[in-house]
Design a protein around this ligand. Structure first.
Ligand code: CA2
Length: 148
């Protein structure tokens, strides 16, 4: 059984409450429930966690590297400047995919940089909540060793 860790970073627990034009109307719980059901249909287990704290995310990245098959990560604003999260991703041997609900390249210039994308196998940005399922599909494809 493949086990996928899904991590969500700062402020993503506020989804569905404000800025629906940018982030949609679904809550994080609803988005994770849809992902879990899509994963179950493919015989995969999802462990979804959210934290507003960088250290929690780093500890969970390490845990994913030790105990999981793959990692899906929306690091929120840490994406743009956290070398510590980047180093954590570089320190594990499982594939990870970066997800953003919004198109970070169509927003403020500080969001155009991702310091983590070099150490992930790919990035999904701008497709809203379905982005997590696209990332899951890409990860599965990669883990099965299929060609792109
Ligand atoms: O588009 C994404 O998924 C982001 O990772 C979301 C982060 C942002 O800092 C990144 O640049 C792009 C922020 C999440 C904030 O979520 C909110 C939810 C409701 C209301 C306000 C913010």
């Amino acid at each position: 059984m493949m086990k996928i860790m899904v991590l969500n970073g700062p402020n993503l627990n506020r989804l569905g409450k404000r800025e629906p034009d940018i982030y949609g109307r679904e809550t994080l719980e609803q988005i994770m429930a849809s992902l879990e059901s899509a994963a179950k249909d493919n015989g995969c287990d999802i462990e979804a966690r959210q934290s507003n704290h960088e250290g929690d995310l780093i500890d969970w990245i390490h845990e994913a590297g030790d105990k999981y098959t793959g990692l899906i990560l929306n690091a929120g604003a840490f994406t743009h400047y956290s070398y510590a999260i980047r180093d954590a991703l570089a320190s594990i041997d499982i594939p990870s995919i970066e997800v953003h609900l919004s198109n970070i390249y169509a927003r403020e210039s500080f969001r155009h940089t991702s310091v983590i994308s070099e150490v992930t196998i790919g990035q999904i940005s701008g497709f809203g909540s379905i982005g997590y399922e696209l990332a899951f599909k890409g990860l599965l494809h990669y883990l099965k060793g299929e060609e792109y």
